[in-house]
Design a protein around this ligand. Structure first.
Ligand code: TPP
Length: 340
């Protein structure tokens, strides 16, 4: 059996997908490049002490974000983890509003009061990112149930890690979602480690997909560093959900960025971990495929990279200039009723 994800220098582009024209294929690459450029700036801004607390880059998993979100309608809904800046960007939150939120500035998508792990913009269908491991999985089940009750025809995507798939609420959600046939697609980014614990020590079976199958739920395992494979599996799951056929799980095998977060070492040798994710880096791999398919030459792809870097730099520059929330604004946007 092939170990996934496939290394860049061993990956075969395969036949060009027939359901995507050149613009759509370049669009997928652009989405991945925009996420990478934003996260590169985030790490840099963190190192410059502009981002308080910590932040969890999704560098190296851009193919999952781009492939999965490319299957959605604008009114579909997404819930993600602290490693979810990519979902926020691709669902439609501007790079500037994300960066400003991470720097706790008033121009942030949540007015600088949420920070790196608590981004939300219902107007674009990004319900929330969440710092509590697996905490958002039952929430996503509830959101999908609400869509079903209201008959909105929306589909909900829920992203989470392999560590989250060891939490009880993951299993509870699988069960209830399958009983109620809610329009939910669970996307597990299996990067083989939860902070410092490898899945070999925390999981009785290698594939998280088997857990979903145990509840009678359709589940696929794909190379998470191949946006076309992710898109195909998530697209099929979204179509099933939209047709009223209930939830699915897509397990995307991938490799974590060199540290758990920008702040912590996250176990292991960062040098070795850097090599590990770079060996399977989805961006050069997809670049090679696009070139092999005659979809984009080096100049076109370089232009996309440069535009993505410009966007991220402009976002950072603007965010740095924005003010922090005033102390007296602390009681604004609090939804609990005030005492009489
Ligand atoms: C309920 C809960 N337990 C523990 C933590 C501390 N914690 C933060 S991230 C993390 C690892 C999660 O790993 P995984 O789900 O595989 O996602 P990854 O970070 O690898 O993307 C842990 C244990 C937390 N935030 N919430």
């Amino acid at each position: 059996m092939t170990t996934l994800p496939v290394p860049v220098d061993e990956a075969q582009p395969g036949p060009r997908p027939t359901d995507l024209d050149a613009d759509a294929l370049l669009g997928l690459y652009r989405d991945m490049a925009r996420v990478r450029a934003l996260e590169d700036q985030v790490v840099d801004a963190f190192n410059a002490q502009l981002i308080p607390g910590s932040t969890h880059p999704c560098i190296g998993v851009e193919a999952i974000k781009a492939g999965a979100l490319s299957t959605l309608r604008p009114d579909d809904l997404v819930l993600a983890t602290y490693r979810g800046h990519g979902e926020c960007l691709l669902k439609g939150i501007s790079a500037e509003a994300i960066m400003a939120e991470l720097m706790c500035r008033t121009t942030g998508v949540n007015k600088g009061k949420g920070g790196s792990m608590h981004l939300s913009d219902p107007s674009v269908g990004l319900v929330s990112t969440n710092a509590i491991v697996a905490g958002h999985i039952p929430m996503a089940g509830g959101v999908a149930k609400a869509c079903q009750i209201r008959g909105t025809d929306q589909v909900v995507l829920c992203f989470f890690g392999d560590g989250a798939a060891c939490e009880g609420e993951f299993f509870e959600t699988l069960n209830m979602a399958q009983i109620w046939r809610v329009p939910l697609v669970l996307i597990c980014e299996n990067n083989g480690v939860a902070i410092s614990v490898p899945t070999a020590l925390s999981q009785a079976t290698p594939d998280i997909a088997d857990r979903a199958r145990g509840f009678g739920m359709p589940a696929d395992v794909v190379d998470g560093n191949d946006p076309i494979a992710v898109r195909a599996a998530v697209g099929a799951a979204v179509a099933r959900a939209r047709a009223g056929e209930g939830p699915s799980l897509v397990e995307c095998k991938t490799v974590r960025w060199e540290r758990h977060s920008a702040f912590s070492a996250g176990g292991g040798d960062p040098g070795e971990q850097r090599l590990a994710w770079q060996r399977v880096d989805p961006l050069p791999r997809f670049r090679a495929a696009l070139t092999a398919w005659d979809v984009g030459d080096a100049a076109t792809l370089d232009e996309i990279d440069a535009a993505a870097r410009d966007e991220a730099l402009a976002a950072r520059t603007a965010a740095e200039k924005a003010p922090h929330p005033a102390p007296e604004s602390i009681h604004e946007d609090v939804f609990a009723p005030t005492a009489p």
